[in-house]
Write a protein of this length. Structure first.
Length: 348
């Protein structure tokens, strides 16, 4: 058997489509069985563009002349499936005639895998974004429930160690006539009103370095001086309480429901910790919280009440006036004062 015959049998046996193309006119001179199977309508003597519709023969010639080869891809339908072929055209010599060997490889499976990888990558990227967004939402929710330092401890160790904080200033606030408001107003209206008010209180508290701990119905508790100690803790809660009142006064002028707050202020030790396992909440409790709650109950509408011994610590801009005595838990009575900006009350 001649070398030419052996080469022809080899070309017919390999799993790629092979053909010979005359470089003078880019017409087919030979193709193997695989090529003919893929391109069943191909005939010897046809030009390259007759089989590969859309191919630019001038571009093929330029690539062969400048780069010494032509590389491309083409896709077509074969029995309801899209087949993608990688084409490589390399010049060769056939005696004195210039021909090119066209090798066609079926890369359909590779393209399918690439498409699957791209789809998987997009899915992973989308899931990663969703996980990141959910994580940010959870972090935002937890930061609304506890101070950042407490959240950082919980995120790092999975638990929060109960801590005793000294000299924490506490505001305990509620609204006079709240039960009547609930009975006389639609539930959605009450919730919407409280949401607006508490949102404003949070902004005001942030301005003065206060950390809102929780709300229970119409009870609003915020503190200053924890988790980081502050020499201005008392002044911070006093300034915040006065701004709470001013905000409500302005709001009541333009809203049908008039809200009148009662405020108790106290300073002392508190314990801060996460309470609960499944439905947990960061809470503070202790002498200062108990005292502030008792003073709040003794306050009148739009009145801020504090222990008398704190009056001289509030600075020159605050006026105080006697407001009687209040019994704290344990039966002890404490003298209290009502406080207001100096321009609005007498000097204590």
């Amino acid at each position: 058997m001649s070398i030419e015959a052996i080469n022809e049998q080899l070309l017919r046996a390999i799993g790629v489509g092979v053909s010979l193309v005359d470089l003078s006119d880019l017409r087919f001179r030979f193709f193997n069985d695989t090529f003919q199977e893929w391109f069943g309508e191909a005939e010897l003597g046809q030009q390259l563009s007759d089989v590969f519709v859309g191919i630019d023969q001038d571009e093929v010639r330029r690539a062969l002349e400048s780069e010494g080869r032509y590389v491309g891809e083409t896709s077509f339908r074969v029995r309801r499936r899209t087949m993608t072929i990688a084409m490589t055209l390399n010049p060769a010599l056939d005696g004195n005639e210039r021909v090119a060997v066209l090798v066609c490889q079926n890369i359909s499976r590779i393209k399918e895998l690439e498409s699957m990888i791209d789809s998987y990558s997009m899915m992973v990227e989308r899931n990663t974004r969703e996980i990141k967004r959910e994580k940010e939402q959870v972090e935002k929710l937890l930061l609304n429930m506890m101070p950042r330092s407490v959240y950082d401890e919980y995120k790092t160790f999975g638990v929060v160690t109960p801590r005793l904080y000294e000299n924490v200033a506490v505001i305990c606030l509620d609204f006079a006539g709240f039960s009547d408001t609930v009975r006389n107003q639609d539930a959605s209206v009450v919730v919407s009103e409280l949401n607006d008010i508490y949102t404003a209180f949070d902004r005001i508290g942030d301005q003065f370095g206060c950390e809102r701990i929780k709300t229970v119905g119409d009870t609003y508790i915020t503190v200053a001086g924890m988790p980081d100690p502050s020499e201005r803790a008392l002044q911070s809660v006093v300034d915040a309480a006065i701004r709470f009142q001013r905000y409500l006064e302005q709001r009541n002028r333009s809203h049908p429901i008039g809200w009148q707050c009662r405020v108790g202020i106290a300073v002392g030790p508190v314990i801060g910790s996460v309470v609960g396992v499944q439905k947990y909440i960061y809470d503070v409790f202790g002498p200062a919280v108990i005292e502030a709650s008792a003073l709040r109950q003794a306050a009148g509408p739009m009145q801020i009440v504090a222990p008398a011994e704190l009056a001289e610590l509030m600075g020159d801009g605050i006026a105080s006036s006697p407001a009687g005595t209040v019994k704290i838990a344990g039966g002890e009575s404490s003298e209290v004062v009502a406080i207001a900006p100096a321009a609005e009350g007498g000097q204590g």
